[in-house]
Design a protein around this ligand. Structure first.
Ligand code: CUA
Length: 354
């Protein structure tokens, strides 16, 4: 006789879909980016940086131990269900009643304790190894500040302030160059997570956390805020741009430049300085020194707007300046109620911030 539950297609189908989805997530780890195309892998199973690699090895061990336990327990369960199932003619007799067995009770107490103990040791060793890593001389030092809903990125030793894109050099065989991050928050708790590079670390108000990454392969690594921090938590993306040491040095030199006074886009420049843009944004080399919003000195060097909410194209920049709430509802940048002409002029000025 077929068990009723599995005869019921209504139950079976969602179970299969769920299992298949879980398999896909684990096997491929491709999460659609904000722009609807798969341009980055965000899987903990394909690490390309030192702490992430160590975490993966520990996770695989834990998963393997759990899988063995699952197979043993599920196997015994299935065996018991099949072997001792109800048969015709069983009604009259009662199964043998067993009360207590010292051997069995000892086995299922001592074995799990040993397993848990081994897992604790392995996990603590990995955690200690990652947390106690000392910053070697020459390591890049950066401070990441979480805001609702964007990332402020400062390199105090290099004199650079940027947003939403953390540039770091790749660590190559003979020149190891890890990046050490100080994590802070300007408002609520956030969490910095770039799965291919390292584990999650929270950014907590009035507290400074630390983490480090040491990517070995140039490329763009996607991450997201991993702690619910308000309406636009989902649009708080971080991109880590890993560059060869030479490219990174070039990027540093470009970013260190203050903006040069540009004679183009004078009208837009006037609009920017006549409005309250200056209260929130900094453009180095000008009187705009606001600290509430992202530093705009090299706005055009960034790939996205609004922490990954939209690609940084002239059209999106126009949409964003005209009404930020249409791209990111609830964001703290207000609609400045500018005329079409003012918006065009302002965008022309912003495009000079290279
Ligand atoms: Cu910041 Cu979620």
């Amino acid at each position: 006789m077929r068990p009723k539950v599995f005869a019921n297609q209504k139950v079976l189908r969602p179970v299969i879909v769920f299992a298949f989805s879980l398999f896909c997530i684990i096997a491929f780890g491709n999460v659609e980016s904000a722009f609807g195309k798969n341009d980055g892998v965000t899987s903990i199973f394909s690490p390309l940086s030192q702490p992430a690699q160590e975490i993966k090895e520990t996770s695989i061990l834990v998963l393997a131990v759990c899988a063995v336990i699952f197979i043993i327990v599920a196997g015994l369960l299935v065996y018991a269900i099949v072997r001792f199932r109800h048969r015709a003619g069983d009604e009259a007799s009662e199964p043998p009643q067993v009360y207590g067995s010292n051997q069995i009770e000892l086995a299922w107490t001592v074995l799990p304790i040993l397993v848990v103990f081994v897992l604790i040791l392995v996990t603590s060793r990995t955690i200690a190894d990652i947390q106690n890593r000392k910053s070697p001389p020459g390591a890049i030092q950066a401070t990441v500040v979480g805001h609702q809903w964007w990332w402020e990125i400062r390199y105090p030793e290099l004199g650079i302030v940027t947003a939403n894109e953390l540039h770091v050099p790749a660590s190559t065989g003979n020149s190891r160059q890890p990046t050490f991050l100080k994590l802070q928050s300007a408002d609520v708790a956030h969490s910095f997570w770039v799965p291919q590079l390292a584990g999650k670390t929270d950014l907590i108000p009035n507290k400074e956390n630390r983490m480090w990454i040491e990517p070995t392969k140039p490329g763009i690594y996607l991450g997201n805020c991993a702690e619910y921090c308000g309406t636009q938590h989902a649009r708080m993306l971080i991109r880590v741009v890993v560059q060869s040491p030479d490219e990174f040095d070039r990027w540093v030199r470009d970013q260190q430049q203050a903006t040069s006074v540009n004679t183009n886009a004078t009208e837009g420049r006037k609009t920017f300085f006549a409005n309250s843009c200056v209260n929130c944004h900094t453009i180095r080399g000008t009187s705009a020194q606001g600290k509430f919003g992202p530093d705009l000195t090299h706005l055009m060097s960034r790939e996205t707007l609004a922490a990954g909410a939209a690609p940084n194209t002239p059209d999106n920049l126009r949409l964003w300046v005209r009404d930020p709430q249409r791209i990111k509802l609830g964001c703290l940048m207000p609609n400045m109620q500018m005329t079409d002409q003012e918006v065009d002029q302002l965008v022309a000025y912003l495009q000079t911030l290279k």
